[in-house]
Design a protein around this ligand. Sequence first.
Ligand SMILES: [Zn+2]
Length: 296
Amino acid sequence: MGGECIEYGRSVAGMPLLAVRVPARRRGAPKVLCCANIHGPELVATEVALGLLAALDGGVAAPLRETAEVWIAPSLNPDGHRRTFELGGDAALSRMRTNDRGVDLNRNYPLPGGRARRTYGLPGAGSTRPGEATYIGESPLSEPETAAIDRLAREQGFVASANLHSFMGTVIPARVTDRGCYRHYQRLCRALSAAQPMCRYRRVANRIVDVFTGEQEDHQHHNLDCWAACIETFSVLASFRQHIRAPTTFWRFNPRVPAPWVENDVPGLVAFFRASLALPRPTEVAALLTSSRTGL
Ligand SMILES: [Zn+2]
């Protein structure tokens, strides 16, 4: 299909950070990004990302190439991925989820301009204590993995990004407080779930509740002007059906048979990207709303 593999950086342990660029059928097409596995144990996310890559070559994702150049980064955290396997998937989350400096990479992005970190001790909102599963690191983009994907995103100017995790069966768009973007995210998430044949993921969003915690999609939306959502593949129900008591942490996060989840999520990703490509950029949406209010 004429794809190109690009090393966009190196991890703490020196592992290559890889992305595949699949060109569009026409020149100058906008670019979209699919990321996965920022958390070591979430292997099914990598499977879905690779499923999208395969489906671009004559499969259900092929129509996307008419309108967009597609970039796929199947593992943003290869050190966490490797460590998960070295530990047999059987360890505390904090030992597998993080990079090789113990940082939760999905709490290491800069907060939207001018915002202070206010976590109110919420679980999962990010910890300043090394050794914890959501340790935020020394400073935003202090880690080579986050700095590298940020650099790539700034160079390429992606219009939309889907960031794949497991295992909640949900879509969590970037946190926005303006009504225009909030509604667009409602539609994007609806497009995604409507295209899922087996298990439709529900949207988790609220304009008021929720806080900025240094997550990737918030950074992409507010600082990189990109439509972005976290997609939690697999589902809580399916995970508990598989193992009421999972034999290891790994098996709580991953289906024994990933194929149905890949087949479920790839069409959703295609729908999400196509709907994003039809929208103006987030800053344009906000500007339109302001000008309609002031009558400019
Ligand atoms: Zn995750």
